[in-house]
Design a protein around this ligand. Structure first.
Ligand code: ADP
Ligand code: MG
Length: 288
């Protein structure tokens, strides 16, 4: 599904293949020449957003620097997935206020969804969708070539891409049987999650948002997925992990843990906050 956005598929037409947008926007700037650990990659302030005319995000603020891993936890329905979808420009969500700046001052909210993806913003969806009739490998190749184009790199031809794909598939523990299948077609829940991580590994985003990528995974799959994420992680990129479970954070160590409640980040801390939440739950939210 992340690829649907990359290729310009809108949320309401996920099942229909729409040709990738060829227009290049003047608002998309080239990748900055120097990327250093500690540079601000994402700066969100007071973000408010509606879905279906009700306000879900009520002033979210979050700053993410290159090299950092942030975990966002919080009760169901608190707006975590809404936040992630707003950042990638999902059309069902209307931003009503606040700002989200990307890299060195680009207004993320001004970019089209496919421009955000091509500029290195990636979302692994909580519920990846199946896209019947579109082969996974063609889809991945188109998406990767769009991203490479945005980076000023030459496109991979199909044979070259096959080599890249095979290598990345082995890192996420996917067998070659998946190459010829439709995007997520008949994949189990865990296979869909691995496919999202495969997309991430291929696209090499600067900002990767993983929405409950751990849910539905058995412990071996969880370890493989975490290894995939840890291999991708570098001083130049950043990861936002949305999760309910401390166990993922045993494998992917967060620098910061945030709690979202009722459309706002109400508490932030270090990795110890996740341990505290596992022990005590979210009861403190009722007291505050
Ligand atoms: P979380 O990921 O924290 O569980 P969500 O962001 O999925 O929370 O949902 C926050 C609230 O927004 C919920 O009340 C949910 O029902 C509502 N919501 C999210 N997406 C939609 C949508 N497309 N249409 C209507 N309501 C939605
Ligand atoms: Mg969610």
């Amino acid at each position: 599904m992340a690829l649907a956005i990359l290729l310009g598929l809108s949320g309401s037409s996920q099942a229909a293949f729409v040709a990738p947008s060829t227009s290049s926007s003047t608002s998309v700037r080239a990748r900055p020449a120097v990327m250093a650990q500690g540079d601000v990659l994402l700066d969100v302030e007071g973000l408010t957003a509606n879905v279906a005319d009700s306000e879900i995000l009520k002033g979210v603020s979050l700053q993410v620097k290159r090299g950092e891993v942030h975990a966002i936890m919080g009760p169901n329905g608190s707006g975590k997935s809404t936040f992630s979808k707003v950042l990638v420009g999902h059309p069902a969500y209307e931003v009503t206020g606040g700002k989200a700046m990307y890299r060195d001052g680009e207004d993320l909210l001004e970019l089209e969804p496919e421009e955000r993806a091509q500029q290195g913003v990636f979302l692994a969806f909580q519920y990846p969708v199946e896209i019947p009739g579109v082969s996974n490998s063609d889809f991945l190749r188109l998406a990767v070539n769009k991203r490479r184009g945005a980076l000023g790199l030459p496109e991979h031809d199909p044979i070259e891409f096959f080599g890249v794909l095979a290598e990345k598939m082995s890192t996420v523990g996917m067998s070659n049987d998946f190459i010829g299948r439709d995007v997520n077609g008949g994949f189990s829940g865990g296979e869909k999650k691995r496919n999202e991580i495969l997309q991430m590994a291929l696209l090499a985003p600067e900002l990767a948002i993983l929405d409950e990528t751990d849910s539905g995974l058995d412990i071996d799959a969880l370890k493989t997925v975490a290894e995939g994420v840890n291999t991708y992680k570098s001083d130049e990129n950043a990861i936002v992990l949305i999760t309910h479970y401390q166990r993922l954070l045993d494998y992917i160590k967060p620098d910061y843990v945030h709690v979202m409640s009722k459309g706002q980040i109400v508490r932030s801390g270090g990795p110890e906050l996740a341990l505290e939440l596992e022990k005590d739950g979210y009861a403190f939210l009722d007291r505050s």
